[in-house]
Design a protein around this ligand. Structure first.
Ligand code: DXP
Length: 262
């Protein structure tokens, strides 16, 4: 019998781009030498790049350390409003030759929380210009709907403030987005350890992105590998379908009658 291997691969899409890896690696906090090792161990097919970092160190350098075939995801880090984000995105497309753009707009430098309103405005402009727009946002259903209507290719809600390693503080609200928004939901920021990445995937997230958890670990390559396994485990569990939670009491694991499944 003929089998469809494409279906078996469990691919997912962002605009016209198709991926098998569901772990997106942030590259903002490593030395350049460690980026390649982290990408390889993470099995990542998408790696972020802040344009402001590229300008600091010399763009040729950072791109030299990203393995071939891996998509660069420029972000608009440093933008304080839609206008600045649009300008950075256009520059990024010229420099990287990629239509992917992660919109990050922040006016608050203490908590680094994204400005959802300005993000909707930038999404609308950039989607019309043909970008595959990936808006980073505070998880709010109404704003996520506005981003979807504006042409976003996915929604990237934060788990906790960037760099905090605090985990899924916004879990309930991310679940609402997963349930209600018909776009890939990519949990981004605050993921502090593999179990949290796994939990996001078990909830039905399409992918997870992390940077600080890996960059601040004792062994960057090993932690990148652990994140990869956690994301894969969470995805497999989601596809398998979680067992139901029993509100009260227990239930014998080896019943003599009444098997749940034959
Ligand atoms: C690199 C990048 O885009 C980060 O802004 C991203 O949001 C990751 O956040 P953490 O560093 O908390 O994983």
């Amino acid at each position: 019998m003929e089998t469809n291997t494409e279906i078996k691969k469990d691919t997912w899409k962002l605009g016209d781009h198709t991926f098998t890896s569901r772990f997106i690696l942030g590259s903002g906090k490593y030395s350049l030498e460690l980026i390649q090792a982290a990408v390889e161990h993470a099995g990542a097919q998408i790696v972020t790049m802040a344009l402001r970092r590229a300008n600091e160190g010399g763009l040729a350098n950072i791109l030299d350390y990203i393995p071939e075939g891996v998509s660069i995801l420029p972000n608009t880090s440093g933008a304080r409003n839609a206008q600045e984000a649009v300008r950075i995105a256009r520059l990024a497309r010229e420099v990287c030759g990629s239509d992917l753009i992660k919109i990050e707009i922040m006016r608050d430098s203490k908590y680094l929380l994204p400005d959802n309103y300005e993000t909707v405005k930038a999404t609308e402009i950039l989607a019309k210009e043909g970008f595959t727009v990936m808006p980073y946002m505070y998880p709010d259903l109404n704003m996520a709907r506005d981003m979807a209507d504006a042409g976003a290719a996915c929604i990237m809600p934060l788990g906790a403030p960037i760099g905090s390693n605090k985990g899924l503080c916004t879990k309930e609200f991310i679940q609402i987005l997963i349930d209600e928004i018909d776009l890939p939901i990519i949990v981004d920021a605050g993921i502090g350890k593999p179990s949290q990445a796994c939990e996001a995937m078990e909830m039905g997230a399409a992918a997870v992105m992390a940077n600080t958890a890996i960059a601040t670990s004792g062994d960057i390559a090993a932690m990148a590998g652990a994140m990869k396994l956690a994301v894969e485990a969470g995805r497999a569990a989601y596809l398998a379908g979680m067992g139901s939670v029993r509100a009260k009491g227990g239930s014998a694991s080896s019943p003599l009658t009444g098997y749940l499944r034959d």
